[in-house]
Design a protein around this ligand. Structure first.
Ligand code: PLP
Length: 424
């Protein structure tokens, strides 16, 4: 597309987000925390609550059946959008955090029968879980809980000072000499540096060791869908709100036969086939993992969000590349450092380095200029330690951002630097 045609197209796309009408002039650079919602998503949520506000999987009346069909269609859409392998299904959860808690619980429970699918579960060696220092707390703490409960060892792939994964064969061999690597759970894209990790060698390791390979796709679902699909993980987990959807819903995607061999997570209505006084029988996956009423309106909205993401996939990918190249250049020209500067595969999430200025001061001074970024440890305290900082100021871009937003950020950062030079 010619450059000016591209600009007009992107302006039209931005106009689909009512947020900018409600917050005129705000430069929103916090999409890694949550993305804005296009009108179609808001409409879907409203449509459910206004016109189809009934429960699903229970009612015999037509409207309930219609709502059930919509929910099941979104489930199929989630599988198609993420890992479209024939055996896969999707479990609706509140988001990535709940999805990883669910997997941690069911995959380490002695009641789950996973040895027929993953040979590491038949090994007499001490069971282990492999994570990395780059993980979000959502992909650390649930594993710590179950590791303690079920006697698993936890190992962390180290990262270097830029936040890149360091995969050492010798280090892995030492672990494998004494441990059966049952689970490898890694984020494909860092929410701190925007680095899209090359997980292919770890995918191969999982195949070789008969381990379960899980991808935290909270960020990658928007920025690295192709890589996610190429990896063919056993499970992928994401949150709807990071990909233009509503808060309150996300999904775990994985093979139904494996899930059917797993113990249940939460108990309640809608997940059983028979309840007796002493015990109950459970439905098959995914229903057995969806106790209680689903977030139905949010699922409607997720369907609209995935439609939007698919329809505009090319624009999302191109704008990401365009803004990353432009922001890289502008930041470098202004001597503003950022983590992952030398990494080849990365997309528009920047943890900035302004020496001697605290991340929260950067965030506050930018806010005064109408620029919304995030400052803190970004739920990645282990990564912060590896990077040698306690916090970073993070600017993250999405499809509704443009070069103007990059210019405003850089101007804002120059102003922050000026203020601090004056007060030094
Ligand atoms: N994993 C990564 C890489 C994330 O960036 C996030 C959120 O920022 C999460 C997990 C947790 O997502 P949620 O808070 O939607 O459950």
């Amino acid at each position: 597309m010619a450059f000016f045609a591209y600009l007009f197209f992107m302006q039209d796309l931005r106009a689909e987000f009512p947020f900018f009408v409600e917050n005129p002039g705000l430069c929103y650079l916090d999409s890694a925390a949550t993305s804005l919602k296009p009108k179609a998503v808001i409409d879907a949520l409203v449509r459910y609550n206004r016109a189809e506000s009934v429960n699903v999987h229970r009612g015999v009346y037509a409207l309930s059946q219609k709502a059930t069909e919509t929910v099941e269609a979104v489930r199929a859409q989630v599988v198609d959008f993420t890992l479209a392998q024939r055996e896969n299904t999707a479990i609706f959860v509140r988001g990535t955090t709940e999805g990883i808690n669910l997997l941690a619980h069911i995959l380490t429970s002695p009641e789950s029968e996973l040895a027929p699918f993953f040979t590491s579960f038949a090994s007499p060696k001490k069971p282990a879980i492999l994570l990395s220092e780059a993980e979000h707390h959502a992909n650390i703490v649930p594993w710590q809980i179950v590791a303690r409960r079920h006697g698993y060892a936890l190992f962390y792939l180290p990262v270097n000072k830029e936040g890149e994964l360091q995969i050492s064969k010798a280090w892995l061999e030492t672990i494998l000499a004494t441990h059966a690597l049952r689970i490898i759970a890694l984020s494909l894209q860092s929410n701190v540096t925007g680095i899209i990790h090359d997980l292919a060698p770890l995918r191969a390791l999982a195949h070789e060791q008969g381990s379960i390979f899980i991808v935290d796709a909270a960020q990658a679902i928007v920025h690295a869908r192709t890589e996610l699909r190429q990896l063919v993980p056993d499970f992928a987990v994401f949150s709807g709100h990071k990909i233009f959807g509503s808060t309150g819903v996300g999904a775990v995607v994985g093979a139904k036969p494996v899930l059917d061999a797993c113990t249940v997570y939460q108990g309640g209505g809608a997940m059983i086939s028979l309840v007796e006084k002493e015990q109950s029988q459970y439905l098959e996956a995914p229903a057995r993992f969806e106790a209680g009423t689903l977030p139905i309106g949010e699922i409607y909205a997720l369907g609209a969000a995935l439609d939007f993401a698919k329809k505009h996939e090319q624009a999302i990918v191109e704008n990401d590349a365009e803004l990353t190249a432009y922001a890289d250049e502008c930041l470098r020209r202004n001597n503003i450092g950022f983590f992952g500067d030398n990494t080849t595969r990365r997309s528009a999430i920047y943890s900035l380095r302004l020496d001697g200025i605290h991340a929260h001061d950067i965030g506050t001074l930018l806010d005064e200029q109408g620029i919304a970024i995030r400052a803190g440890h970004h739920c990645c305290q282990i990564l912060m330690r590896a990077l040698g900082v306690t916090a970073t100021a993070r600017a993250s871009f999405s499809v509704y951002n443009s070069r103007d937003d990059v210019d405003r950020l850089v101007e804002g950062l120059r102003y922050v630097r000026k203020i601090f030079r004056k007060s030094a």
